[in-house]
Design a protein around this ligand. Structure first.
Ligand SMILES: Cc1cc2nc3c(=O)[nH]c(=O)nc-3n(C[C@H](O)[C@H](O)[C@H](O)COP(=O)(O)O)c2cc1C
Length: 201
């Protein structure tokens, strides 16, 4: 059975527009998927510290109990993403960037020798490529402009770890009046109806 990892990062939880779109996407998948959902706000990662990175770099057999607990945060995040056949990410725009909870999660995934490696010809991603569906919700309109810092960042960090099959689904102008919000959400729902049935189970 194919497995989908859902990563939500809205501070509004289940009421978040990005969470609701990612849930609609899941509901539109053909039968035969198992799912695992991470709520990065409810179960948030602390900011990354050098103490935690040192735990990753200490050989497993030499780790103290504290280091074992610290390394487990990243080990578990990496295992979850490796296990998935497809990934769904809900990403609201907060203060022109991604939610800091999502950044803290990426800080656990990007690990030299684990999810990427440096070679003479540059960095190489070590995650097996798989489809990623990104639900980007915004109060204003940014897509295709220099103010959209989210799309380039998500392209860079996910490509860096080997994830290249990225599908962005935008719902923009959500805080620009009911008509604008309705138009954006129905366009996102139309994209869901197009994309979800084609995901291979
Ligand atoms: C703290 C905060 C900061 C925000 N900053 C921006 C912003 O910089 N640009 C923007 O277009 N919308 C901004 N918004 C609006 C959200 O992007 C918009 O409401 C979106 O639907 C939130 O997604 P969510 O419902 O999944 O959390 C902000 C909202 C909050 C709560």
């Amino acid at each position: 059975m194919a497995h989908v990892l859902v990563i939500n990062s809205s501070i509004s939880g289940d009421k978040g527009q990005s969470t609701q779109l990612s849930q609609q996407f899941l509901a539109s998948l053909p039968a035969g998927f198992s799912t695992e959902t991470l709520d990065l706000v409810q179960d948030s990662y602390p900011h990354l510290t050098m103490t935690e990175m040192a735990a990753w770099m200490t050989p497993e057999s030499d780790r103290s109990d504290e280091q074992k607990a610290l390394a487990a945060l990243s080990d578990q995040a990496v295992a979850q993403i490796k296990k998935a056949d497809a990934i769904v990410i809900g990403v609201p725009m907060y203060n022109f960037g991604i939610p800091s909870q999502l950044k803290a999660y990426f800080d656990r995934l990007a690990r030299a020798g684990v999810t990427f490696k440096y070679t003479e010809s540059g960095p190489v991603g070590l995650l097996q490529d798989k489809p990623v569906f990104i639900f980007a919700t915004r109060g204003g309109l940014y897509q295709g402009t220099a103010l959209d810092s989210q799309t380039p960042f998500l392209n860079t960090i996910l490509n860096f770890m080997g994830l290249k099959d990225l599908n962005f689904i935008y719902a923009e102008g959500l805080n620009m009046g009911p008509e604008s919000a309705e138009k954006a959400l129905s366009a996102a729902k139309a994209r869901i109806a197009e994309l979800a049935p084609a995901v291979a189970a």
